[in-house]
Design a protein around this ligand. Structure first.
Ligand code: 26Q
Length: 814
């Protein structure tokens, strides 16, 4: 007997069909006969929302009336993906939906396809925030996600004739968006600029301009928890509409200028995911959503109170800072407590310090945000004063602790010229965490070493995780059914460590064959999807070898492409006879920041290697390369379940965690990877014999830097590497034009900061091991299944449990 615990809705398919008809009639104003799939999509979404409303309202009421501290997850990004299927799953309406839609004469696929994916994030950090709010709701923990409703999400990526990345705006709100509920009556005023004056011995900020922050609420339904939390995304509106009534006719166009300025704040998501540029608009965005959120939390938790007792604030809500992007919240809460509610500095500091915690997501020093003081002073003069005072207090504290003057200088939050947001977050909050064991260790030993020496108790680790609802159940229904069959229960969806129960089945050849059949069917599905969406002819009987993530030098897409070129050259030159070659299909997915020159060259190179290789009869059927454009959550959900081999090949010590690595392991891919980020923990859990490890360790990387790294030596010493780089240089992938990749080649040979060339030998060597296993399908799949069985730890439910215990000190609603 299989135990099924998945949520079940009280309505039948026929009843649900009627609800859809009602929505079509009363909100779309169309009959089922007139309706288009997009109408049905909107109608279904509205109907599902109705099924969640009672739980949503009850969760909010319980949160405000109970004594359970809530979590406020402050994040500039929430990469939530499409909503419909997830909402149906958690409302227990999937079956009813399928039947109802067909009974209305529509295809389920068409209806689901009508949803446009919200791209409100760049990559890992934004997707992590989405997984975390899913897990918070599923665990029944009262929580708000607080962020920005950008009008334009991450750009849409296209490739031009030459294989270059072209960015086009992602106007995701072009059609009706049924999930966000705009609540004009819960707005907040956010002010900027102006000056600080003294009035009766008190500092008073006289801002120059204000914008209206209007919340757009998204329901976040938990899985089998009966709880529905809120993702509150702020949209910027102008207050100046009203001024239009009094404008001077000759200045008509000028009259709307302030309105444009205000609404610009939430207009666009910055497409950079490192090396921040220090742009005023970005700081405006950060302050905009953080200020609105802090005021919103006070409104929610002290309803109708003019003089709330905010000394209890940290017992009502704990704010998690998702990277440094919301760190301006620390001086903002200080300002609110002192200037708006009259608390003294020390009381305000105690409350603030208890309320905030900070998660760091990077190891690259250039990715830590540092704002010019001048900019902060112009935009937020009162905050700059407060930051200076925090810095003074911090210096005194360090002096009192006997910290050396030189070190105190190194640790400055405010240097005069600039403000270091990571330092402000570390001092201003109670806890600091990294996102994988190795990363947290490196934060303590390197990036924030001085802070860890003085405040060792602040530092902790919470290893990232991913939601099994979206990334197993929705993305991979076949595997989900097999897991449920193998375990005799579907409880693994709320307790992913139960996957461990699959481990004995790895010894059962029949079960392993079923597992292999799931992968094969997923590969066929993906091939069809790739044909339909991209026109690719993917052979599902080849190994599917995937590398999907943002394009960055440190992630080393260059290593993959150079190894691929070397393989191509081996076949071309006859060094490898075609029948010795294991057929592979290599799939890349990656967006590059629009201003990141070397990353964009790498994209162009991948596209052109694909063009050359795929059209060369000498390697036909042996090696194919595909680069589906516009990698996003939807594509991830199709590609990950179909992947045999996943690439996690960053330079050791550079990838904070990675979360794609977890999704692939949970979907039965094998990983080839370095000892970096969460790879270390994945390998520890699945077993060294079930993971393809290669490359330098963090210590070896450091030693090589220290000894003076010269990439040219590796080029000279390895003929296959040399041949690959020479082909790039000599125009093989640019129709003979040697200039196209000249800068990329120059960088490889003279700089190669992330040591791609040094790891090339180890990376190409391990391919033999990979292929030796792949030709034994039963053994390959046995190992892949062992990966699944031991990856339950990487559920975002477990991450959230760790946050609750180590940092937030709260739990589910009663
Ligand atoms: C900052 C200032 C100005 C403009 C943009 C930014 C910005 C935006 C996004 C800086 C960084 C990001 C995103 C970073 C990110 O996604 N980091 C990844 O976070 C994952 C979740 O913890 C980790 O798994 C990855 O290792 C890490 O690279």
């Amino acid at each position: 007997m299989t135990e099924i615990t998945a949520p079940k809705s009280p309505v039948t398919a026929a009843e649900f069909a009627n609800e859809i008809r009602e929505q079509l009639k009363y909100t779309q104003g169309v009959t089922p006969e007139q309706a288009k799939p997009a109408d049905v999509y909107v109608a279904v979404s509205a109907a599902v929302r109705r099924h969640l409303v009672d739980s949503w309202m009850k969760t909010q009421a319980d949160m405000v009336n109970g004594n359970t501290k809530a979590v406020g997850y402050l994040s500039a990004e929430f990469l939530i993906g499409k909503q419909l299927r997830n909402a149906l799953l958690n409302a227990g309406l999937t079956e009813q939906f399928n039947e109802a839609v067909e009974s209305l004469g529509f295809s389920v696929q068409d209806v689901v396809d009508a949803e446009y994916e919200p791209g409100l994030g760049n990559g890992g950090l934004g997707r992590l925030a989405a997984c975390f709010i899913d897990s918070l709701a599923s665990l029944g923990v009262p929580a708000f996600g607080y962020g920005i409703q950008y009008r334009y999400g991450i750009f849409k990526q296209e490739f031009d004739e030459a294989g270059r990345q072209i960015e086009t705006p992602d106007y995701w709100l072009a059609n009706e968006e049924p999930w966000g509920h705009i609540d004009y009556n819960r707005d907040q005023k956010v002010s900027f600029g102006g000056e600080v004056v003294e009035e009766n011995g008190r500092k008073v900020w006289k801002p120059a301009w204000s914008v209206r922050a209007v919340p757009v609420d998204y329901m976040v339904p938990g899985y089998a928890s009966g709880r529905v939390n809120t993702l509150r995304l702020w949209a910027a509106k102008s207050y100046d509409e009203f001024d239009l009534l009094t404008f001077n006719k000759s200045e008509y166009l000028d009259a709307v200028k302030p309105q444009v300025k205000a609404e610009n704040i939430s207009k666009i998501l910055y497409p950079e995911d490192s090396t921040p540029q220090g742009k005023a608009l970005r700081l405006e965005q950060q302050y905009f959503f953080v200020s609105a959120s802090i005021h919103d939390a006070i409104r929610v938790f002290y309803p109708g109170q003019d003089k709330p007792d905010l000394t209890t604030f940290a017992d009502k809500i704990t704010f998690q800072l998702n990277d440094t992007h919301p760190v301006i919240g620390i001086p903002e809460l200080m300002r609110v407590l002192m200037d708006e509610y009259g608390y003294d500095w020390d009381t305000a500091w105690t409350i603030t310090n208890k309320t905030f915690n900070y998660t760091c997501h990077t190891l690259l020093p250039e990715a830590l945000e540092v704002w010019p003081s001048k900019l902060i002073g112009e935009l937020l003069p009162r905050h700059l004063e407060i930051i200076e005072k925090i810095n003074d207090q911090f210096e005194s504290e360090l002096k009192a602790k006997g910290v050396a003057d030189e070190t105190i200088k190194d640790m400055a939050i405010y240097t005069g010229d600039s403000v270091r947001m990571a330092y402000l977050a570390t001092y201003g909050g109670s806890h600091v965490n990294g996102v994988a064991e190795l990363h947290s260790q490196l934060l303590k030993d390197v990036t924030l070493k001085n802070f860890s020496d003085v405040y060792p108790g602040k530092f902790t680790n919470v290893t990232n995780g991913v939601t099994p609802r979206r990334f197993i159940k929705l993305a991979n229904p076949r595997l989900s059914d097999l897991i449920t069959e193998g375990l005799g229960t579907d409880r693994w969806l709320s307790d992913l460590e139960l996957l461990k129960g699959l481990e004995p089945l790895a010894a059962d050849d029949e079960f392993v064959k079923k597992f292999a059949a799931v992968k094969q069917a997923n590969k066929v599905d993906f091939a069809n999807y790739a044909k339909r969406e991209y026109g690719f002819d993917i052979d599902p009987n080849t190994m599917i070898n995937t590398m999907v993530k943002r394009l960055h030098e440190y992630k080393r897409q260059a290593l993959k492409i150079l190894a691929l070129i070397a393989r191509y050259a081996d076949i071309k030159s006859g060094r490898l006879s075609a029948d010795e070659v294991l057929p592979r299909t290599v799939v890349f997915g990656a967006k590059a920041a629009p201003g990141y020159y070397l990353a964009k060259q790498t994209i162009q190179l991948i596209n052109n290697v694909a063009r050359v290789v795929n059209n060369d009869p000498d390697v036909k059927g042996k090696l194919n390369v595909y680069f589906p454009w516009n990698y996003n959550v939807r594509l991830a959900q199709h590609l990950i379940p179909a992947t045999d081999l996943d690439e996690q090949i960053s330079q050791a010590g550079k990838e904070a965690s990675g979360t794609g690595n977890m999704k692939f392991a949970l979907n039965g891919a094998m990983t080839v990877g370095t000892l970096d980020g969460a790879n270390v923990e994945i390998r520890e859990r699945v077993g060294a014999e079930n993971f393809f490890l290669f490359g330098m360790t963090v210590d070896e990387v450091d030693a090589l830097y220290a000894a003076g790294y010269d990439p040219k030596k590796y080029y000279d010493a390895n003929p296959r590497l040399r041949a690959a780089i020479d082909m790039v240089a000599d125009g093989t992938f640019s129709n003979g034009d040697k200039s196209v990749y000249a800068d990329l080649v120059h960088d490889w040979l003279t700089k190669d900061w992330f040591m791609t060339l040094a790891d090339f030998g180890a990376y190409t060597d391990i391919q033999a091991e990979i292929e030796a296993l792949y030709v034994q399908p039963l053994e390959w799949n046995r190992k892949a299944l062992i990966n699944v069985a031991n990856s339950g730890y990487f559920s975002s439910d477990r991450s959230i449990e760790d946050y609750l215990e180590r940092i937030w000190k709260t739990g589910p609603l009663a």
